[in-house]
Design a protein around this ligand. Structure first.
Ligand code: 8LE
Length: 467
């Protein structure tokens, strides 16, 4: 039985036949224009609900002269002011603990999660039981599209603490009837144990960050296991770019000999996995009936045309505790029109989310995102597993060096090996960079999200002066 209501309510006993491709065939494959009509109606309901229950939104829209009843088209909706993460943080500081954008009675909040960031005031996610269940149902649906089935054992290999990503994967896997193995990540020495447990428990599906999967593969080899022999059928990811970055993706596919799926958006708009694509190819789908995604011009916050680049702005259509209405991500992506050829008639992000607006730097007139450098560097034979992008924004023009670990490169060829990467950076990205080879295992590995960009003038100067 297919459901699509406001407020959301799901038949918890429903599960498609194993061979069925779509969890909810109608919602996933209906003509996009028809879905957009239904979404418009749903947006009005969600706005009405937020207007009546969350003072944050009423204040914000009052100031902008907007009332939910004035939204008559998806173009009208583009005039609704975006919500920035700083606003949520400030509102929560003023209206502790969950902010005045909490639209449900505080007594209904049954789960607390939060932003995983280590800087600034963290924001708390107060989640009621209804939202917890609709997230579980949504994730089950998206994971079903990744081919995950009840006979799978799903390893959750991201921290099981405040981080919504891990809990979303957990409750989604549980809802679709799979076996869930919440091993987590982040405790010293845990990775070697993860490898052994994976084998012992017959894990078939991995969830975590791309950086962590690559680290896990290295540790498995050090422990004497071929990662391809661990028995994984699929790995799905969120949290950082990687699963749609070709060189990272192929490193993961080659290491584990398994299918790789990208997914993710922002924890605030969980189900964050609403972007999971349905085929073993890079890129992600925007499951618009769960979280309505507009790829917008970063200056006007209006939708850009299909084919163009912009920043995703998210609206939750199934959240009742802290609804997010036009939350600005600050990320970057390019979107393509829905096409029936993809099976699901959702807009498509062929390269996933590939950067953040504020991560961009400019080297000799070229705009560069760290993930583009990752792609070039990680495609090199002899890449040793980690690298650092060292930039300086000292002058109008940023300057750049890349420290790259090498492995199995003869000492006598290391310089020409580095020169080859510098040439690739110049020809592929059009940027001149100093490539500094460093030994394998120079850099720490991460069990969560990688931080490869170092903004450090002194280090850059030292590297530039290295012979
Ligand atoms: C490229 C989505 C989730 C729960 O896994 C997550 O990481 O949420 P969080 O901690 O709020 O971080 C959101 C940010 O992580 C996004 O704004 C984006 O910069 C990055 N991100 C998440 N998933 C992806 C991603 N970047 N590809 C992804 N698949």
């Amino acid at each position: 039985m297919e459901q699509w209501s406001w407020p959301p309510s799901y038949d918890e006993s429903y599960r498609p036949e194993i061979a069925q491709r779509f969890w909810f065939p109608r919602r996933e494959t209906m003509p996009a224009e028809q879905r957009d009509e239904a979404i418009l109606e749903r947006i009005r309901q969600v706005m009405e609900y937020a207007w009546n229950n969350a003072p944050f939104y009423r204040r914000k829209w009052d100031e902008a002269g907007i009332h939910p009843s004035s939204i008559r088209s998806l173009e009208d909706f583009e005039k609704v002011p975006v919500v920035r993460k700083e606003e949520l943080r400030a509102d929560q500081a003023e209206h502790e603990p969950f902010g005045s954008y909490l639209a449900a009675p505080p007594s209904e909040v049954k789960h607390i999660n939060g932003t995983s960031g280590t800087t600034g005031r963290p924001t708390a996610f107060g989640i009621n039981e209804r939202d917890w269940r609709s997230v579980a149902n949504a994730h089950a649906r998206v994971m079903w599209a990744m081919g995950i089935r009840p006979d799978d054992t799903v390893l959750v290999a991201s921290p099981l603490s405040l981080y919504w990503g891990s809990w979303g994967a957990y409750i989604g896997a549980e809802r679709l009837g799979a076996r869930v193995f919440p091993f987590g990540a982040g405790t010293p020495g845990q990775t070697a144990r993860t490898v052994r447990w994976m084998k012992q428990m017959g894990v078939t599906v991995f969830y975590g960050t791309p950086s962590y999967a690559l680290h896990l593969a290295e540790v498995a080899r050090d422990e004497g296991f071929d990662p391809a022999g661990l028995g994984l059928r699929a790995l799905f990811f969120s949290g950082e770019p990687g699963a749609s970055v070709p060189a990272i993706r192929s490193r993961i596919v080659d290491a584990f000999d398994a299918q790789v799926y990208d997914s993710g958006s922002m924890a605030e708009v969980s189900p964050w996995m609403h972007l999971g694509a349905g085929a073993n190819e890079p890129g992600v789908l925007c499951w618009q009936d769960l979280v309505y995604t507009e790829v917008c011009d970063p200056g006007t916050y209006q939708r850009v045309d299909y084919g163009c680049e912009g920043t995703p702005v998210y609206t939750t259509l199934e959240r009742t505790s802290q609804p997010m209405i036009r939350l600005l991500s600050g990320d970057l992506t390019r979107w393509e029109a829905p096409s029936a050829d993809r099976g699901r008639t959702y807009p498509f992000l062929p390269r996933g989310i590939y950067g953040r607006i504020d991560d961009m730097f400019t080297v000799r007139g070229e705009n560069v995102y760290p993930s583009a450098i990752d792609d070039v560097v990680m495609a090199a034979d002899g890449y040793g597993g980690e690298h650092r992008i060292v930039i300086s924004r000292e002058s109008a023009m940023d300057t750049l060096a890349v420290q790259v670990e090498y492995k199995d490169v003869p000492e006598s060829s290391v310089d020409s090996w580095a020169g080859g990467i510098a040439d690739r950076l110049r020809s592929v990205l059009g940027i001149g960079a100093r490539v500094v080879p460093v030994e394998h295992q120079t850099f720490d590995r991460t069990e969560f999200k990688a931080r490869r960009v170092v903004d450090d003038r002194d280090l850059l100067r030292r590297l530039e002066n290295t012979p």
